[in-house]
Write a protein that binds this ligand. Sequence first.
Ligand code: ATP
Length: 238
Amino acid sequence: SADEPILQVEGLQVGYGRVDAVRGVSFEVPAGALVTLVGANGAGKTSILNAVAGLLRPRRGTIRFRGTDVTRWPAHKMVRAGVAQVPEGREILATLTVAENLALGGWHRGRTRARNVAAMYERFPVLHERRALPAGTLSGGEQQMLAIARALIAEPAVLLLDEPSMGLAPKIVDDVFAVIEQIRATGTTVVLVEQNARRALAAADYGYVLETGEITHSGPADQLLADERVIEAYLGIE
Ligand code: ATP
């Protein structure tokens, strides 16, 4: 139906050996929304994104994309279906050029459309300027833009962003969040994982707060930002 969430995660459990990283997490992402999962280091955010992206198999639970059960779909099939991830730490290939890194973004679709690459250069002029340089020579912020552009080449309906602000100077974090808001403004659904909870909630429509593999609070992002318990426990005093 029209108001069915584009992504539904139900009872997700992820573990590594004896470690229970995600202990029965459920959340929904309405089409076109920006939803954020916030929580401390080790809360399970990356594990959730990797499970949704098809990079790791959950122990239990269901992941639905546009109503279809995609729980056991591998990553390449998820990308083809319309779910692309910008991984934690960016995973830029440092010795390949910017252009080569971008070309990899279309790989899962079997081809890189020249028009999609051109669109990314238009959106990120600095990547066009530096297209012939090894990606490892870019600044941290530029590498994050490259990682985002590489994912957008696949024209995803849902973009999964894992800690895009990590390790960046405050001014560059502003740039990254401006890009995220632009992406959302074009109609792409965004799932944003962040340790920078205050910042992520300020940009999001809905938020989920995670603590040791469980959701402790959820709701409209502005309500979470105004919730004293959330502020005290997770956002600190600034
Ligand atoms: P971070 O910000 O550090 O990525 P996170 O909230 O994304 O934190 P996860 O990376 O999902 O959390 O980790 C959740 C838990 O699972 C942590 O206790 C972590 O140590 C553990 N964990 C994650 N990956 C592995 C792994 N490959 N093997 C064993 N334990 C792991």
